[in-house]
Every structure is written in structure tokens, then in C-alpha cells.
Ligand binder design. Sequence first.
Ligand code: URA
Length: 233
Amino acid sequence: MECVFAVFGQITVMERQGRTMTEAVRDQDSVAAEMEQIAEEIRVCTKCDLCKMRTQAVPGDGPTDAALMFIGEAPGFHEDRQGHPFIGAAGKLLDDLLASIDMDRSQVFVTNVVKCRPPGNRDPLPDEVQTCTSNYLKRQVALLNPRMIVLLGRFSMEQFFPGEKISKIHGQPRQADGRMYFPMYHPAAALHQPRWLEDVKLDMLKIPALLEEAKRITPPEPDEPEPEQLSLF
Ligand code: URA
């Protein structure tokens, strides 16, 4: 469906794909500029000790009008070297999973809970998670305002559904904040556990239909009280 919207006095033609008028009126150029501003802040961030050990921070990649966002845990060795998310073995699996639903990275925004590599790929510490999500991830989600967020792994899931178990809730969509959330096993974990790999592949296949459903969810008006607030917010 194609609609014509007046944006700050200009007429902008937008492919709506299920988004609401309120969202469509946002000026995509300013969204992209603000996302780059957040990325710049991340690249020079010294808010926690991970900055001392990183080669470079990894803000996240993808189009700033993406309807689908993936949130992983933290950069690994290759991501730390190159500054982009999911480019090692787990990233190759993510690419294959996207291909299984006829999608690729050009259509999705991919980032992590923590933007700098924890040494030796250890789990991020609670204060690292808290600092990084409150300063960056929360802003990225609010700015991108995706219709659907795929939570890759336990750390990502915990930011939105604390106290849950990924083994229990993977593959089960939940609606909150006017969007769809979809927890999955982390691709890196799936590479080590054949049973989880099967689950990841099956869960991924649910995404296209869920994304279409997510595009039909009516987002809350900006100042409307949320019926259900998730942990990150
Ligand atoms: N694992 C993650 O969680 N994120 C990456 O970017 C790479 C591996």
C-alpha cells in the first residue's frame, strides 16, 4: 500500500507496509542522523571498563526504517576487530537463518545488549548491561521503533522478560509496547547444541507471519500510558 504524507511542509511518498500515520510522519533522515549520533557516542564511550579492553565498539548495523530488529548479547572476537555485529560463525548462521525466510541484513537492524566485547567472551556483568542498555540500547529501540524485536539468547531476553527462561519461552511471540517480541536461542549457542539449532531454525520460520501480524498492531500514542511496560523501559 502506498500513501502520501505531508512531512514538515514537504510531500513524501512512503511505502507504508502496515506502519501507522504517526510513525510515518517521522522524518527518516533525522532518524538516521540521530541513530548515527548514538553510534558515535558508542564508539567513544568510556562509561564502563569494557572500553579499556575493546579494539572498537560495535554500535549495530542496518536500515533505520527496519521493521525487524535483532538484539544479541555482545560483540565477540571478530565483531570487536571489525566494528560490526554478528560477523563471525554466529553471524554466518544468522545470515543463513535470514536466507531461510528470504531476508538479508539489508532489511533488518542488528545490535547487541552490550556494545563492547567482554574479555574472553565472558558474560557481560550486570553493571555493564545496565550502563549500556540505559545509555544506548533503550535509545536505539525507541528511535528505530521496530514492529518486531527478535531477542537472541538469554541476555537479550532478560532485558525484556526478566526471570524467564529462554528454554521455556523461545519461539513464543509476545505483544507489548505496541510491538511484537520474539525470543530465540542465541545462534552461537545453537552452533554448540544440535537440538537448539533445530529449534532456532524452526523458530526463525515463524518470523515472516509474525512480522505481518506485528505490522497490524496499533502502536500506543506517544503520551498514552502503556498497558504493559517491559523491563527495559
Ligand atoms: N554474538 C553476539 O551476541 N553478538 C555478536 O555481535 C556476535 C556474536
